[in-house]
Ligand binder design. Structure first.
Ligand code: ZN
Length: 151
Protein backbone atom coordinates (compact mmCIF):
# COMPACT_ATOMS: atom_id res chain seq x y z
CA UNK A 1 0.00 0.00 0.00
CA UNK A 2 1.08 3.56 -0.57
CA UNK A 3 0.05 6.88 0.80
CA UNK A 4 -1.12 9.21 -1.97
CA UNK A 5 -0.79 12.97 -2.23
CA UNK A 6 -4.02 14.80 -1.40
CA UNK A 7 -4.93 17.58 -3.84
CA UNK A 8 -5.88 20.89 -2.29
CA UNK A 9 -8.53 23.44 -3.24
CA UNK A 10 -7.36 25.31 -6.35
CA UNK A 11 -6.22 22.05 -7.98
CA UNK A 12 -8.32 21.53 -11.11
CA UNK A 13 -8.69 17.76 -10.46
CA UNK A 14 -11.14 18.72 -7.70
CA UNK A 15 -13.41 20.50 -10.19
CA UNK A 16 -13.82 17.74 -12.79
CA UNK A 17 -16.75 15.40 -13.28
CA UNK A 18 -15.29 11.91 -12.78
CA UNK A 19 -15.87 9.01 -15.16
CA UNK A 20 -17.45 5.73 -14.07
CA UNK A 21 -15.31 2.67 -13.42
CA UNK A 22 -16.10 0.32 -16.30
CA UNK A 23 -14.07 -2.64 -15.16
CA UNK A 24 -12.66 -3.48 -11.75
CA UNK A 25 -9.01 -4.35 -12.26
CA UNK A 26 -6.12 -5.07 -9.86
CA UNK A 27 -5.30 -1.37 -10.24
CA UNK A 28 -8.77 -0.45 -8.97
CA UNK A 29 -8.25 -2.64 -5.90
CA UNK A 30 -4.80 -1.13 -5.28
CA UNK A 31 -6.30 2.35 -5.56
CA UNK A 32 -9.00 1.46 -2.99
CA UNK A 33 -6.32 0.18 -0.58
CA UNK A 34 -4.16 3.26 -1.11
CA UNK A 35 -7.12 5.57 -0.62
CA UNK A 36 -7.98 3.91 2.70
CA UNK A 37 -4.38 4.25 3.84
CA UNK A 38 -4.27 7.89 2.74
CA UNK A 39 -7.57 8.72 4.45
CA UNK A 40 -6.43 7.12 7.72
CA UNK A 41 -3.01 8.78 7.64
CA UNK A 42 -4.72 12.16 7.19
CA UNK A 43 -7.21 11.39 9.97
CA UNK A 44 -10.18 11.82 7.61
CA UNK A 45 -13.56 10.09 7.57
CA UNK A 46 -13.84 10.00 3.78
CA UNK A 47 -11.85 10.37 0.59
CA UNK A 48 -12.86 10.54 -3.06
CA UNK A 49 -10.59 9.52 -5.96
CA UNK A 50 -10.32 13.04 -7.46
CA UNK A 51 -8.79 14.17 -4.16
CA UNK A 52 -5.79 12.01 -5.06
CA UNK A 53 -5.89 13.10 -8.71
CA UNK A 54 -7.77 10.08 -10.10
CA UNK A 55 -10.84 11.16 -12.07
CA UNK A 56 -12.90 8.02 -11.44
CA UNK A 57 -16.10 7.48 -9.45
CA UNK A 58 -14.58 5.86 -6.37
CA UNK A 59 -15.05 6.80 -2.70
CA UNK A 60 -13.92 5.39 0.63
CA UNK A 61 -15.57 6.28 3.95
CA UNK A 62 -14.72 5.33 7.54
CA UNK A 63 -17.07 7.15 9.88
CA UNK A 64 -16.95 4.31 12.37
CA UNK A 65 -13.39 3.16 13.04
CA UNK A 66 -12.66 -0.21 11.45
CA UNK A 67 -15.79 -0.12 9.29
CA UNK A 68 -14.53 0.94 5.86
CA UNK A 69 -17.16 1.52 3.18
CA UNK A 70 -15.84 1.27 -0.38
CA UNK A 71 -18.10 2.70 -3.09
CA UNK A 72 -17.51 2.25 -6.81
CA UNK A 73 -19.84 4.21 -9.13
CA UNK A 74 -22.05 5.28 -6.20
CA UNK A 75 -25.41 6.98 -6.70
CA UNK A 76 -27.74 8.48 -4.13
CA UNK A 77 -31.09 6.74 -4.66
CA UNK A 78 -33.06 8.11 -1.70
CA UNK A 79 -32.86 10.89 0.86
CA UNK A 80 -35.04 11.96 3.76
CA UNK A 81 -35.09 14.71 6.34
CA UNK A 82 -32.59 17.47 6.82
CA UNK A 83 -29.63 18.27 9.06
CA UNK A 84 -27.38 21.27 9.41
CA UNK A 85 -23.87 20.74 10.67
CA UNK A 86 -20.20 21.57 10.43
CA UNK A 87 -18.14 20.00 7.67
CA UNK A 88 -14.48 19.91 6.78
CA UNK A 89 -12.49 18.42 3.93
CA UNK A 90 -8.95 17.05 3.58
CA UNK A 91 -8.68 19.15 0.39
CA UNK A 92 -9.63 22.37 2.21
CA UNK A 93 -7.15 22.63 5.09
CA UNK A 94 -7.68 24.80 8.16
CA UNK A 95 -11.28 25.65 7.36
CA UNK A 96 -14.72 24.35 8.16
CA UNK A 97 -18.21 25.38 7.24
CA UNK A 98 -21.88 24.88 8.00
CA UNK A 99 -23.73 22.82 5.39
CA UNK A 100 -27.31 21.64 5.11
CA UNK A 101 -27.64 17.96 4.09
CA UNK A 102 -30.32 15.26 4.17
CA UNK A 103 -30.60 13.42 7.50
CA UNK A 104 -30.88 9.96 5.89
CA UNK A 105 -29.26 8.87 2.63
CA UNK A 106 -29.36 5.59 0.69
CA UNK A 107 -26.62 4.88 -1.84
CA UNK A 108 -26.41 2.22 -4.52
CA UNK A 109 -22.88 1.26 -5.54
CA UNK A 110 -20.64 -1.55 -6.75
CA UNK A 111 -18.25 -3.28 -4.34
CA UNK A 112 -14.70 -4.46 -5.05
CA UNK A 113 -16.06 -7.85 -6.20
CA UNK A 114 -18.27 -6.22 -8.81
CA UNK A 115 -21.48 -6.79 -6.85
CA UNK A 116 -24.14 -4.09 -6.66
CA UNK A 117 -25.28 -3.23 -3.14
CA UNK A 118 -27.27 -0.61 -1.29
CA UNK A 119 -26.31 1.06 1.95
CA UNK A 120 -28.21 3.54 4.11
CA UNK A 121 -26.80 5.98 6.61
CA UNK A 122 -28.01 8.70 8.94
CA UNK A 123 -26.44 11.76 10.52
CA UNK A 124 -22.64 11.78 10.03
CA UNK A 125 -22.68 8.86 7.59
CA UNK A 126 -25.42 10.51 5.50
CA UNK A 127 -23.34 13.69 5.49
CA UNK A 128 -20.23 11.74 4.41
CA UNK A 129 -22.12 10.10 1.53
CA UNK A 130 -23.27 13.51 0.26
CA UNK A 131 -19.89 15.20 0.75
CA UNK A 132 -17.85 12.45 -0.93
CA UNK A 133 -20.27 11.91 -3.82
CA UNK A 134 -20.22 15.66 -4.47
CA UNK A 135 -16.46 15.32 -5.06
CA UNK A 136 -17.18 12.96 -7.98
CA UNK A 137 -19.06 15.79 -9.71
CA UNK A 138 -16.40 18.40 -9.05
CA UNK A 139 -18.27 19.99 -6.15
CA UNK A 140 -16.76 21.02 -2.82
CA UNK A 141 -18.66 21.67 0.39
CA UNK A 142 -17.46 25.27 0.34
CA UNK A 143 -19.85 25.77 -2.61
CA UNK A 144 -22.77 24.87 -0.34
CA UNK A 145 -21.63 26.21 3.02
CA UNK A 146 -23.73 28.95 4.58
CA UNK A 147 -20.87 30.02 6.83
CA UNK A 148 -17.12 29.35 6.69
CA UNK A 149 -14.59 29.74 9.47
CA UNK A 150 -10.85 29.33 9.97
CA UNK A 151 -9.69 26.65 12.39
ZN1 ZN B 1 -13.94 16.49 0.88
Amino acid sequence: MAKLKIRKIGDEALRKVCRPVEEITPRTLMLLDDMVETMRAADGVGLAAPQVGILRRIVVIEVEEGNVIELINPKIIATAGEQEGVEGCLSVPNRRGTVKRPRHVTVRATDRNGQTFEISGSDLLARAFCHELDHLDGKLYVDRASRMEEI
